[in-house]
Design a protein around this ligand. Structure first.
Ligand SMILES: Nc1ncnc2c1ncn2[C@@H]1O[C@H](COP(=O)(O)OP(=O)(O)O)[C@@H](O)[C@H]1O
Ligand SMILES: [Mg+2]
Length: 334
């Protein structure tokens, strides 16, 4: 069915076990990524965003493991696939790019060799065809003079170019899903904007669905159709991006939006920080994980277990006993 989301995650739980106990990095996460759409997964560092992305590719590093849930890619539960089937899926159907391109590129191979490698690993094409496709992939990611880039070694590249190369490698086989984990967070804003633009164009051309992991709400606003906000391993608010920005029902989403720098804000005024810090994921109780920091908490929040997501309005969910309703709903990010 065409309406069937390309990726559906249901009740995903993942944890890292150690002698000190289990770090519950992902707690009962459910998400749907529509075909051709961009879903942003946002929240502070440590919320579990990267773990969700890695779980989708079954690449959680040891001692991480998935303990519950289903991950359906195009109708197949990928948790039931064999390692060989997973290898075939990775790169060709679902690809991932990370924040730091330096760690993803091989320093002793030319850029061209690295793009060609992913193509020949998955497709029965001639060397010549692989070369042509790799130059196309580089050109698609806004790299002018792709021949010259292909001849370069990674150390010749600026941070922005290296990240474009990484995205070119990830998208060389036209994957159905691109998981982009903080793809521009290490880059300065102009380069970031240009790369996001190229990503959007690539998506329009090839219909790629994007799971965009970012702590930057500005990036979410620029890129995402849908957004899910994570806190301490759980999704606490989710819905169409404009709706969530206009009506941040969960006090955490509200605080995140307020702590964003705005172009029209007096530079001398300090940004309102979110008081307190996220809970220790190795020591989570049954209660709402945001309770200790929440200015809206009431006796219900202290008495009851953490609230489940409930529908605030069609397609818009928040997990809060006291969702914020105000006349002056927060202005979207500037
Ligand atoms: N390799 C690992 N070993 C142990 N704990 C980990 C590992 N990777 C992540 N974690 C823990 O899992 C939680 C979620 O981390 P992560 O998914 O990286 O969050 P985010 O991407 O939102 O910053 C954090 O508490 C983090 O410390
Ligand atoms: Mg991360």
């Amino acid at each position: 069915m065409l309406d069937e989301p390309i990726l559906r995650i249901e009740g995903l739980c993942a944890q890292f076990n150690s002698t000190e106990g289990a770090v519950k990095a992902v707690r009962d996460v459910s998400l749907s990524l529509r075909r051709g759409a961009t879903l942003a997964l946002t929240g502070e560092s440590g919320a579990g965003k990267t773990s969700v992305g890695l779980a989708v590719l079954k690449l959680l590093p040891y001692p991480g493991r998935i303990t519950a849930g289903r991950i359906c890619f195009d109708g197949t539960d990928i948790l039931t696939l064999s390692p060989e089937e997973m290898r075939r899926l990775r790169g060709s159907k679902i690809a991932m790019v990370f924040q730091d391109p330096a760690t993803g590129l091989n320093p002793v191979l030319t850029v061209g060799a690295q793009v060609e490698e992913i193509i020949t690993a998955h497709l029965p094409v001639s060397k010549r065809e692989a070369r042509k496709r790799s130059l196309d992939a580089l050109a698609q990611m806004g790299l002018p003079e792709p021949e010259e880039v292909a001849r370069s070694f990674p150390f010749h590249l600026s941070g922005g170019m290296a990240q474009r190369v990484m995205i070119a490698i990830a998208t060389a086989l036209n994957p159905k899903i691109l998981i982009a984990d903080e793809p521009t967070s290490a880059l300065d804003v102009t380069v970031q904007a240009a790369i996001l633009d190229d990503l959007r164009q690539l998506q329009q051309r090839s219909g790629t669905s994007i799971l965009l992991i970012t702590h930057d709400l500005g990036v979410v606003a620029q890129m995402a159709n849908e957004v899910a906000v994570m806190y301490a391993g759980s999704i606490i608010q989710a819905g169409p991006a404009p709706t969530v920005f206009q009506r941040p029902r969960h006090p955490y989403t509200w605080a995140l939006l307020r702590s964003r720098p705005r172009w029209d804000q007096d530079q001398a005024r300090p940004l309102p920080a979110i008081r307190g810090s996220p809970p220790d994921p190795a020591d989570l109780s049954e209660e709402c994980p945001y309770l200790p920091r929440c200015p809206k908490a009431t006796s219900v929040c202290r008495a009851e277990p953490a609230p489940a997501l409930s529908e605030m309005e069609p397609h818009h969910f928040a997990a809060c006993y006291n969702p914020i309703y105000t006349g002056e709903d927060a202005a979207g990010p500037g």
